[in-house]
Write a protein that binds this ligand. Structure first.
Ligand code: 4EH
Length: 228
């Protein structure tokens, strides 16, 4: 077994790199991959760079070149659901791509022919996450995560995404990573800790809480690795 742990930004994987052992750096396809072990388990860690294009590339390489047979995403997200506060953990029950739009041809938002509006993460990994949360007394919420190639910092846009997809949180990589794993039949799990509320304060909140929230997510992911 070899587990991929993917983030989008350096800050999202730094807390992981601090805790793993036997790190070997591999440079490939304009990115750096960190082979390592955690409690004897083989892992490969990388950050993709921001957005769906880069995260598609990195997820594909983690599975196809490095041979990872499970993928865990760790990072931060903007809150759409009013019940989510900065620092809260949310895993994806399903993911969609909110900016995918060929509605001009009569298709629903987020849909293209031969694609899916929603992609569903692995149930066993989700159960493991619930076990970790229970045993450590950590509050963990599940919900719809909407991905798009935009940093959302606007209430009108946020409300539209909430109404159109019933989304709870927003980010820029989850759906594309899910799409790669789904196509290659690799079990995956997407975890995010809230860094902002995707409103007019979002860019300030994001800068303030990125590191702290990224660590909340990374610490939880490492707990999961032990149980996978
Ligand atoms: O990888 C991108 C980062 C923001 S862009 C998506 N990540 C963080 C999740 C996220 C998010 N996505 C969309 C957190 N809050 C979000 C939001 N909308 N409100 C970035 C940030 N800092 C520097 C450069 N780019």
């Amino acid at each position: 077994m070899k587990i991929a742990i993917l983030g989008a930004m350096p800050e999202e994987i730094e807390p992981l790199l601090e805790k793993v052992e036997d790190i070997v750096r591999v440079d490939y396809a304009n990115n750096t991959y960190y082979k390592a072990t955690y409690k004897g388990i083989e892992i490969v860690i990388a950050y993709s760079k921001i957005g769906s294009a880069f995260s598609t590339l990195t997820a594909t390489i983690l599975l196809e070149k490095f041979g990872c047979d499970k993928l865990l995403f760790s990072g931060v997200a903007g809150a759409i659901n009013e019940e989510l506060e900065i620092g809260d953990l949310i895993y994806a029950t399903k993911l969609c791509k909110h900016d995918l739009d060929i509605t001009a041809f009569g298709h629903p938002h987020g849909f293209v022919p031969e694609g899916k509006v929603f992609i569903y993460p692995n149930e066993e990994l989700t159960e493991i996450a619930k076990e970790v949360a229970n045993s450590k007394d950590i509050e963990l919420k599940g919900g719809v995560i909407a991905t798009g190639d935009q940093f959302i910092h606007d209430n009108t846009k946020k409300e539209w995404i909430k109404e159109t997809f019933n989304a709870d949180a927003i980010e820029m990589e989850g759906y594309s990573v899910a799409l790669v794993c789904d196509a290659l039949n690799v079990p995956f799990f997407i975890l995010r800790a809230i860094s902002d509320s995707a409103n007019s304060d979002a860019s300030f909140d994001f800068d303030e809480f990125l590191e702290k929230s990224a660590k909340v997510s990374a610490d939880f992911i490492l707990e999961m690795v032990e149980r996978v």
